[in-house]
Design a protein around this ligand. Structure first.
Ligand SMILES: C[S@@+](CC[C@H](N)C(=O)[O-])C[C@H]1O[C@@H](n2cnc3c(N)ncnc32)[C@H](O)[C@@H]1O
Length: 211
């Protein structure tokens, strides 16, 4: 059983927020997307950010491998989705919100390719060894003019075992610079607020636009 199945089973989901991420209302408009743009949310959990995208008029697609997270997303919204069986996935739809119960690395959502993507606690949920494949799959699933908003987390990796795993600027540069313009929109120092006893801890928001 994966660490994520264990965490969901034990309700260890401290990453889940009870409201949409304020970063979205502050920073998403900078992507200058039409409201009918299709948005991909990899490793989405049961994030309320999916509803936020839907409220903006977007078609939004989340990909999540733990069934319990998907069930809770719809239960929390007191909604019953329609369900479609696919080859290696199950698709849950409610209006223009679609959640795929699938492994992100081999997901083939009907709505691809996407105009935009949003990563909050997705890349940092993966160890460094898996990140090149994550970026490859992002490139597969998005258009050549796509843009992304990515929320990262950085700290001295030796001071804590992930997840979340540290995502330093040097690794962002190495992973994305070939295909994306990288712009940091925001950085916040969490060193004294995070409660994890780290000597340094920051969260940043990046805008990534395809070259
Ligand atoms: C730290 S949580 C973040 C969830 C969500 N983005 C949020 O902000 O609340 C990471 C999520 O990714 C899911 N996950 C991990 N690896 C995955 C994979 N390969 N494919 C799909 N989902 C995955 C986990 O089950 C977990 O719900």
């Amino acid at each position: 059983m994966s660490i994520w199945h264990q965490r969901w089973n034990a309700n260890q989901i401290g990453f889940h927020r009870l409201e949409a991420n304020p970063v979205l209302s502050e920073q998403w408009p900078k992507l200058s997307l039409p409201s009918d743009a299709k948005v991909l949310v990899p490793l989405c959990g049961k994030s309320l950010d999916l509803h936020w995208f839907h409220q903006q008029g977007h078609t939004v697609v989340g990909i999540e491998m733990v069934q319990k997270a998907i069930n809770q997303f719809f239960e929390d919204a007191s909604s019953v989705p329609t369900i479609k069986e696919m080859k290696d996935a199950k698709k849950y739809s409610l209006g223009k919100i679609h959640l795929y119960h699938a492994d992100f690395f081999d997901a083939e959502p009907d709505e691809a390719q996407f105009d935009a993507w949003y990563d909050r606690a997705a890349m940092v949920a993966l160890p460094s060894s898996m990140r090149p494949d994550y970026v490859k799959q992002l490139l597969n699933l998005t258009t050549r003019t796509s843009k992304g908003l990515m929320v990262t987390f950085d700290y001295p990796q030796e001071e804590m075992q992930g997840p979340p795993y540290a995502l330093p600027d040097s690794e962002i540069e190495a992973l994305f610079s070939e295909h994306f313009h990288i712009e940091r929109l925001q950085v916040t120092d969490l060193t004294h607020e995070d409660g994890r006893d780290l000597t340094r801890c920051t969260t940043s928001v990046f805008l990534l636009a395809r070259k």
